[in-house]
Design a protein around this ligand. Structure first.
Ligand SMILES: [Fe+2]
Ligand SMILES: [Fe+2]
Length: 220
């Protein structure tokens, strides 16, 4: 069975992910590097494990988490859908079973809020939660504050972000610390509202409640 380790050792995967990140860097997008892939992979598998899903489902979560932004190679817009198709080819070549490839394709193709992404399976729901919680200053590539987009500014404001899973209470908490000199709590909420609502629906898909804490203020 194909594992995350096999994917990490696949030369083509690494090449496509690095080039995709470089291409979107040329148009000023935030970092979507290997750290983001590894963090998403780890978190996605952790969420599924903690909530009692099988080890294999958690491994598929890790693979989906690692590969989810590979479509940036084609275009930032619709990178979920192009990424799902790239993943399809890679995983077919690696000999993964069709039913497992399907889970990963559905998850990757549905991780973007701005192209109609919805939680279509457990792995996809965990992927949304993992991906959307990786908000951090270190992902902003621009150095000139004057050319920051609202998304850059909000990412830059975040000094710490954590996703906590309480399996007993079936509660998933996104806990974020922001530097309010860069952006206010309300501004964070406004700009990330669609991502946060998508995360809430993903938590509900997994039978959990979702809570958003920004500087200890409960916003959701
Ligand atoms: Fe993405
Ligand atoms: Fe991502």
């Amino acid at each position: 069975m194909v594992t995350l380790e096999d994917i990490k050792e696949n030369h083509l995967v690494r090449q496509y992910m690095d080039l995709g990140n470089a291409y979107i860097g040329n148009i000023g997008a935030i970092e979507h590097n290997i750290s983001h892939a590894e963090l998403s992979a780890e978190l996605c598998s952790q969420i599924l494990t903690k909530l009692g899903y099988s080890q294999r489902e958690a491994e598929l979560g890790a693979i989906a988490g690692y590969l989810h932004d590979i479509g940036n190679l084609v275009n930032r817009y619709g990178h979920g859908m192009s990424g799902a198709l790239i993943a399809f080819n890679i995983l077919m070549d690696m000999g993964m079973e069709g039913d497992e490839i399907a889970v990963i394709m559905g998850a990757i193709g549905n991780h973007e809020e701005n192209s109609g992404g919805r939680s279509v399976n457990n792995v996809g729901a965990a992927l949304i939660l993992a991906d959307k919680s990786d908000v951090h200053r270190s992902r902003v590539r621009k150095h000139d504050f004057a050319v920051f987009t609202p998304r850059d500014r909000v990412n830059y404001a975040v000094t710490e972000s954590q996703l906590l899973v309480d399996e007993k209470k079936r509660l998933i908490t996104m806990k974020i610390s922001i530097d309010t000199r860069v952006c206010s709590v309300m501004e964070y909420f406004e700009i990330f509202l669609t991502k946060m609502l998508m995360s809430r629906r993903a938590a509900e898909f997994l039978g959990c409640e979702f809570e958003l804490l920004v500087n200890d203020n409960k916003l959701l």
